[in-house]
Design a protein. Structure first.
Length: 145
């Protein structure tokens, strides 16, 4: 038996083992290659929040609801809901200000803007091109937002 025959025999014996190793380890190798390849490409930019169209629609809806509440039932019955709507207006107004780059104060609690701050922010948003109702307010007089 010469060296060529020994090589063929070794290849015949090792082939099933090598094929099995390829079947088992190839997916892991491919996953590593794909992971390394994906790190080479920069990640696409991600939005900071909801789309500006949705923010504007939410603000218009909340301002319309606020106007309806102000014009409706007795103050004692609507006070809690009115404050909640005003807080939601404040939260959405801050999100819209971030999205549009309008300078604003970051409150310590979400929606904790004073009456004057909220009016200034809504006017600044309107001035920056966000379509809001012409009349905004009146907001609660105690400043609880």
């Amino acid at each position: 038996m010469n060296a060529f025959d020994v090589g063929k025999l070794a290849l015949i014996v090792a082939t099933p083992t090598l094929l099995g190793a390829v079947v088992i380890y190839a997916p892991k190798w491919c996953a590593v290659v794909v992971e390394k390849w994906s790190h080479l490409r920069p990640a696409p930019p991600q939005p900071l929040g909801p789309p500006i169209q949705q923010l504007a629609a939410d603000l218009r809806r909340l301002l319309r609801l606020h106007g309806e509440l102000v014009a409706s039932a007795h103050l004692a019955m609507r006070a809690h809901r009115l404050w909640a709507v005003e807080a939601a207006i404040g939260v959405r107004a801050i999100e819209a200000a971030r999205a549009l780059g309008v300078p604003h104060r970051e409150p310590e609690m979400p929606g904790a803007l004073t009456r004057s701050e909220l009016l200034e922010l809504l006017n600044a948003l309107s001035a920056s091109g966000l379509v809001l109702p012409a009349k905004v307010g009146p907001f609660t007089s105690d400043g609880r937002l």
